[in-house]
Design a protein around this ligand. Structure first.
Ligand SMILES: N[C@@H](CCC(=O)N[C@@H](CS)C(=O)NCC(=O)O)C(=O)O
Length: 218
């Protein structure tokens, strides 16, 4: 196995890890593991991530799961002068941590992941139409709050600096669009701009389940 290996492809959470490494120009190998496939239950994979979920990053002796933690770990460890996924000044760092917590909990776990489980995977997690309705409404309420800071026409969540918070937000918005969730037009413009980034385009390819290259233990 390569010294730096990312396990997981094909989901918004795995996209976050591919994209962070792509923006930072890091070389890595991909284990093309898809969610809920037999390898996620293997002893090898469970020894890396006992939950069996993706993504998981192995970076030398470091093993880290949870997409927001992977993005933050990479940003802290491999910051460069011209590419820093995490700001260095205290106030901006506080905003970064606030944003990634907000996106991970309010937009992802409480809202979109409810739709994913109970609308997208009813055979696995059970059907729960009322929970899905409430999750959609909650997503709409929370994303409007996130939009307030964007009203000054800033290009990124933290202003002029593209950061790991944008990686989390963009992947969350792409996911929301796939589930036909409503969100403010300001974020449609934000998506259009960010989708032009070379790092985003390359990460989309690397995260794609259709890509032919890469190794596999599947
Ligand atoms: N909070 C975790 C969530 C990880 C997660 O739930 N991954 C999904 C794929 S996006 C998964 O592996 N699900 C397997 C399952 O539900 O059993 C993160 O952000 O990385």
């Amino acid at each position: 196995m390569n010294a730096r290996t990312l396990w997981g492809i094909g989901t918004p959470r795995t996209m976050r890890a591919h994209w962070a490494m792509t923006e930072l120009g890091l070389e890595y190998e991909t284990e093309r593991l898809q969610t809920r496939t037999p390898v996620t239950d293997s002893l090898l994979y469970r020894s890396l991530n006992p939950s069996g979920k993706i993504p998981t990053l192995v970076d030398g002796d470091v093993v880290v799961s949870e997409s927001a933690a992977i993005v933050t770990y990479l940003g802290e460890t491999y910051r460069k002068d011209n590419t820093s996924l995490i700001p260095s000044k205290n106030a901006a760092r506080a905003s970064y941590f606030e944003l990634i917590s907000f996106i991970s909990t309010e937009l992802d776990a409480t809202s979109l992941y409810v739709l994913r489980r109970h609308e997208g995977l009813p055979n696995v997690y059970g059907s729960a139409p009322n929970a899905c309705l409430v999750a959609r409404q909650y997503f709409n309420r929370m994303i409007k709050i996130a939009a307030i800071k964007m009203e000054d026409s800033r290009p990124y969540l933290l202003g002029e600096l593209f950061s790991g918070a944008d990686i989390l937000m963009m992947t969350t918005l792409d996911w929301a669009a796939a589930y036909s969730c409503d969100y403010p037009s300001i974020f449609h413009n934000y998506q259009t701009n960010i989708s032009l980034r070379p790092g985003y385009k390359l990460a989309v390819e690397r995260n794609s389940v259709r890509m032919e290259t890469g190794t596999s233990h599947l």
